[in-house]
Design a protein around this ligand. Structure first.
Ligand code: ATP
Ligand code: MG
Length: 254
């Protein structure tokens, strides 16, 4: 099962949720892979997997599709282990930015799908973290994935992008990937004691947006987890924030 976390809006929790949901899947004993498609490499840093010198990043995987190689390396060779049992990563790289226009002009938009499909025997779950832009890489991810999760940060701008995002996803479904479905909108940084987040989520539900019934509260534990480079299921398994992420995972898997 391949899932992409996507929202053009920045800072909504794509990386935090990708890593934590992937770590929960791994904790449940599922062989899990996270793919970091963002030049910021936040999920790679979160899992302490920055090994640029190894030539095993996602940029190296894409690069071999536009350079001549006698021996093309299998996607499995780009998967690194992490400190979390059952959780591997294809690390991000800032070099994705340099490669983007050439990959795009040479129509390499299906290469990620091919690579991840070739890993279907190796992994039970794949989570793709994307940049806050509808660029070549997030398009590739939306073509490769079966399900799309859309985190929002419950502020007023969050709603504005959702309509165009849903239209774009419908277009990708029609043109490239008829299996793609929006699995849910995740209300992140939800403050239950403030009125605005509640109002925004209620409006989205009234407009039939598929907001998942478990909200993720704002908690300093998330930042502590980034700093410790440990997903919450390892750092603080009983914390309320962790339990809400487990709640999301259970909804997705039921
Ligand atoms: N539930 C939460 N509680 C507190 N802080 C959070 C929560 N979720 C995310 N954050 C913080 O918000 C910031 C943005 O989160 P994150 O990097 O996961 O978002 P993103 O959508 O991946 O951002 P970008 O678009 O830049 O890739 C980070 O500093 C993160 O620690
Ligand atoms: Mg991110």
């Amino acid at each position: 099962m391949i899932r992409v976390l996507f929202n053009k809006k920045g800072g909504v929790g794509k990386s935090s949720l990708s890593v934590n949901l992937a770590a929960i899947a791994a904790h449940r004993g599922l062989k899990t892979l996270i793919v970091d498609l963002d030049t910021q490499c936040n999920s790679t840093a979160y899992l302490d997997a920055q090994k640029e010198q190894d030539k095993n990043t996602i940029a190296d995987l894409f690069e071999q599709t536009i350079t001549f190689h006698l021996h093309r390396r299998h996607a499995k060779e780009f998967c690194q282990t992490t400190d979390v049992k059952n959780l591997d990563i294809i690390a991000g790289s800032p070099r994705l930015a340099e490669l983007e226009s050439e990959l795009d002009s040479r129509h390499k938009i299906y290469k990620l799908k091919e690579a991840l499909t070739s890993l279907s025997e190796d992994y039970d779950r794949i989570f793709i973290d994307t940049a806050p832009a509808l660029n070549f890489y997030s398009m590739s991810a939306l073509i490769a994935a079966k399900r799309c999760l859309i985190p929002i940060d419950c502020d007023d701008f969050a709603r504005q992008g959702l309509y165009s995002l849903q239209q774009k996803i419908a277009e990708i479904r029609e043109d490239h990937n008829d299996e793609l479905e929006v699995e849910g909108i995740i209300a992140n940084q939800y403050m239950s004691n403030a009125n605005l987040p509640k109002q925004i989520v209620e409006e989205l539900i009234a407009e039939n947006y598929p907001v998942l019934p478990q909200y993720i509260s704002q908690s300093v534990k998330m930042r502590e987890s980034h700093q410790a480079k440990k997903p919450l299921i390892k750092l603080a398994p009983n914390h309320k924030l962790t339990q809400s992420l487990v709640g999301i995972f259970d909804i997705l898997e039921q």
